[in-house]
Design a protein around this ligand. Structure first.
Ligand code: FES
Length: 108
């Protein structure tokens, strides 16, 4: 993972929602039912969700409301998914998105 929960500037409020786990780049993340992937990753200390297609610069969620597309990740093998608009589900496999997503059947 790219950071740790201890380093996260985000803190969870106490709540009694059930836990749900998913993986991010192969590491287990414990979230709460109802969390968006973006909220769960930020709370877990993940800062960069993707690298840009042109320069490879790291990007982080910005608007958290579906407008900026800075939170794109790969979810269960499908790229360009908005982490802020997708609720966590048990067993999801989320990955950092490196550059542009691959086009199925295309080159590169
Ligand atoms: S953080 Fe802006 S679209 Fe997800």
């Amino acid at each position: 993972m790219h950071s740790t929960a201890d380093a996260s500037p985000f803190r969870r409020l106490d709540d009694d929602r059930p836990a749900v786990s998913f993986t991010y780049d192969g590491e287990t993340v414990i979230a709460r039912v109802g969390d968006s992937i973006a909220a769960a990753l930020l709370a877990a200390g993940v800062i960069s969700f993707r690298d840009t297609a042109v320069s490879g610069a790291p990007r982080s969620p910005y608007c958290l409301m579906g407008v900026c597309f800075e939170c794109l990740v790969e979810i269960d093998g499908v790229g360009n998914r908005q982490a802020c608009q997708t609720e966590v589900r048990e067993g999801m496999r989320v990955r950092h998105q490196l550059g542009a997503r691959a086009v199925v059947g295309g080159e590169g």
